[in-house]
Design a protein. Structure first.
Length: 167
C-alpha cells in the first residue's frame, strides 16, 4: 500500500469535517434566528434553510465518499495482511546448485504437499507462483523465464530435448 491512498482518505476526512462544521454553523444561525425576540423574515429563514440543506447534502455526500474510501483502504489492508500471512508460511531454501527459492515450511503445510514458489514473483509482483518441473531445472508456472536449477546432471536447459546431434 502506498501513502497516497492514506493521504487521500485523510484529505476526504478533512473536507468532510469542514463541510460538517459549515452546516453546524448554519444550523446555529437558524437556531439563533428563531431564539431572538424579533420575528425573523421569511426570506432570511428560507435563505438560511436552503444553505443548510445544501451544506448538509454536501457533507452527506462527502461522508459517503469517505466511507467508501475507508472501506477500500480496509480491504487493501486485509489483502496485504492475508498476503503477509501466506508469505510467512514459506522460508528461503537454497537448492543444490545454489539457486534460492521459497519452500513451504513443513509445520505450515496444513495438508498441502511440500512445494516451492518463485522468489521473483513473490518479491517483485507479490504473487505466489508455484515452481514445477522434473529433472535438474524447475520453472515458475507464471513466468517460464524464471528458471531454477535444483541438480546438476548435465548442461541441458529446461525444455530442451537431447538428441543424437548434441555433442
Amino acid at each position: 500500500m502506498d501513502f497516497s491512498s492514506i493521504t487521500s482518505v485523510i484529505g476526504l476526512a478533512t473536507t468532510a469535517l469542514g463541510a460538517t462544521e459549515k452546516a453546524a454553523t448554519t444550523a446555529e444561525a437558524v437556531k439563533k434566528l428563531f431564539a431572538s425576540e424579533k420575528k425573523p423574515e421569511n426570506s432570511e429563514v428560507q435563505a438560511l434553510l436552503n444553505t443548510l440543506a445544501t451544506q448538509l447534502t454536501a457533507a452527506n455526500m462527502m461522508n459517503v465518499d469517505l466511507s467508501d474510501a475507508i472501506k477500500a483502504l480496509s480491504r487493501e489492508l486485509k489483502r496485504q495482511d492475508d498476503f503477509e500471512n501466506e508469505k510467512a508460511r514459506y522460508e528461503l531454501f537454497q537448492t543444490g546448485q545454489q539457486d534460492v527459492v521459497f519452500k513451504l515450511r513443513e509445520d505450515q503445510a496444513n495438508g498441502q504437499p511440500i512445494h516451492f514458489i518463485c522468489p521473483v514473483c513473490l518479491n517483485a509482483e507479490r504473487l505466489i507462483s508455484f515452481i514445477s518441473g522434473e529433472g535438474d531445472f524447475k520453472v515458475c508456472q507464471r513466468n517460464r523465464d524464471h528458471t531454477f536449477r535444483f541438480k546438476s546432471t548435465s548442461d541441458l536447459r529446461a525444455g530442451k530435448t537431447r538428441t543424437s546431434w548434441d555433442f
